[in-house]
Design a protein around this ligand. Structure first.
Ligand code: ZN
Length: 232
């Protein structure tokens, strides 16, 4: 992992040829994408995000704005964009078949297993194999800063998650702290079957870092971090 000026990148993806990606820092907006020399030939695809498990396969630039939380493509020069402020952005990369996915993993999408839906679309369209997939998990709100009510724990329990591995009791009565990154790591490793060494993570917490936007910290602002991945 290294810090660029405007966005963070993951070393394990920097090594791959003709792939661009970044997890945006505060101050880097949608309008800045076209100003980056390495991104100038790309067309950004920006969804209306719903906190759903809906993922789209793209073989060209969409004719209208899509409403959902994941994008999958093998087409060059489409820049898949995920906006976040506390939610976890995840990129999936299939180096064998030259395909990528960008997924918005808030708690609602996570308990609906949106990463598994994204993988199914990659397998169906490109023949992606879990053993060769890479995943990069960007900044999100970390567990100790992410207190939730019992209904969130119940939703994960009903969806079949081992809640003992992703929740700890909070200091507040009847509240819990959710490890969003761990929940998605479980989906990647156990449900999909990625190799642990192919799951690339960064530790940054959106709530604690002034370089990142946090919905819980800056509720009124509506500001979002811009995360992107694409194939040249
Ligand atoms: Zn924090």
């Amino acid at each position: 992992m290294r810090a660029a000026k405007k966005f963070l990148t993951v070393e394990g993806l920097n090594r791959l040829p003709r792939l661009v990606h970044g997890f945006g820092l505060a101050g880097f907006g949608l309008e800045d994408l076209s100003r980056e020399p390495e991104l100038s030939s790309f067309r950004p695809v920006v969804m209306k995000q719903l906190h759903s498990a809906r993922v789209f396969f793209l073989d060209k630039f969409p004719e209208q704005q899509l409403a959902g939380d994941g994008l999958v493509t093998a087409s060059a020069r489409l820049l898949l964009v995920i906006k976040t402020a506390d939610c976890l952005p995840v990129f999936l990369v299939d180096p064998e078949n030259r395909a990528v996915a960008a997924v918005h993993c808030g708690w609602r999408s996570t308990h609906q297993k949106i990463l598994v839906s994204a993988f199914y679309l990659m397998r169906e369209n490109f023949g992606s194999r879990p053993g060769s997939l890479l995943a990069a998990l960007g900044p999100c709100i970390e567990q100790k800063c992410y207190e939730v009510g019992p209904e969130v724990l119940e939703s994960f329990s009903a969806a079949g998650f081992d809640t003992g591995r992703i929740f700890i009791p909070s200091d507040s009565r009847d509240k819990f702290c959710l490890d969003l990154r761990a929940a998605n790591r479980l989906l990647l490793a156990d449900d999909i079957g990625l190799r642990p060494e192919n799951i690339l993570e960064m530790e940054a917490c959106t709530f604690c870092s002034g370089d990142l936007y946090s919905y819980r910290r800056d509720r009124q602002t509506g500001r979002r971090l811009i995360n992107f991945i694409g194939l040249e």
